[in-house]
Design a protein. Structure first.
Length: 256
């Protein structure tokens, strides 16, 4: 999904940001490369020096640097075909829907929408959803956009009157306060054999990853939930775990 196929992937995305924001803001994406923890005082200083708001910086940074379908990254690219095969086995677009939870700028959700699936894309940040809406209109796609109104609002797939074959959370749970209630709501509508793609749970934790997640969460109570045996038990009762050798995600397959 590239606006400028004659350009490299990143060059195209830099041009897309100029089209979205205009030259004055969009051309600054090439300098929106540093990543800061939220408690790092350099973050606000850098945004001020660059002349952008925090939301603008997040979008410029994420969209210019990260392509979830980049084969050079241990990303969604490496499980995409597997996911489509599993969805097809569940009946395809006529039978199952998709939820992209914490969708961010929507690259994963829009790729599934382009494959023909009814795709719900949910996020807490309205500005992210505005950007997704712009991208979707460009490609004539019609995702279902869901804005979470509070930190405790989670899209309920079990109350949506649709069967779900896939739920994706890609680095979304670092800021979720009530993990098990959130998991219950977003995966409640998964059919047997449905897939919950996660980059947070059943992870191969290292001391470095633990430290990163704790600092990124900015809340020890949130971080403690990742390592809780209660969460692992909840998942083990409902899902089988499949690892991908090239992707950092785990595929949790809903038991029958």
């Amino acid at each position: 999904m590239r606006d400028q196929p004659q350009l490299s992937d990143r060059e195209s995305r830099l041009c897309e940001l100029i089209e979205y924001y205009g030259w004055e803001i969009g051309h600054r994406a090439q300098y929106a490369t540093p990543w800061f923890y939220e408690d790092d005082p350099r973050a606000r200083r850098y945004e001020d020096a660059l002349g952008v708001s925090n939301l603008e910086y997040q979008i410029l940074h994420m969209y210019s640097l990260f392509n979830r379908m980049d084969p050079e990254r241990p990303d969604f690219y490496w499980i995409y075909d597997n996911i489509l095969d599993r969805l097809q086995a569940l009946g395809g677009p006529e039978k199952v829907s998709v939820l992209d939870f914490g969708t961010g700028l929507g690259q994963i959700g829009l790729s599934l929408c382009a494959a023909g699936y009814r795709t719900v894309m949910s996020d807490r940040i309205e500005g992210f959803l505005d950007f997704i809406r712009w991208r979707a209109e460009h490609f004539r796609l019609e995702p279902v956009l869901d804005e979470a109104t509070t930190d405790y609002s989670f899209f309920d797939t079990g109350d949506d009157d649709h069967d779900y074959g896939l739920v994706v959370e890609w680095s979304a749970f670092e800021h979720v306060h009530d993990v098990i209630p959130a998991l219950e709501r977003i995966t409640g509508g998964l059919v047997p054999g449905g897939v919950f793609v996660t980059t947070t749970f059943k992870k191969d934790w290292t001391p470095e990853l633990i430290e990163h997640y704790r600092r990124d969460s900015q809340d020890d109570d949130i971080a403690d939930q990742y390592f809780s045996p209660d969460v692992d038990q909840w998942i083990d009762e409902r899902f089988d775990v499949v690892s991908s050798p090239r992707s950092l995600a785990k595929l949790l397959i809903r038991k029958g």
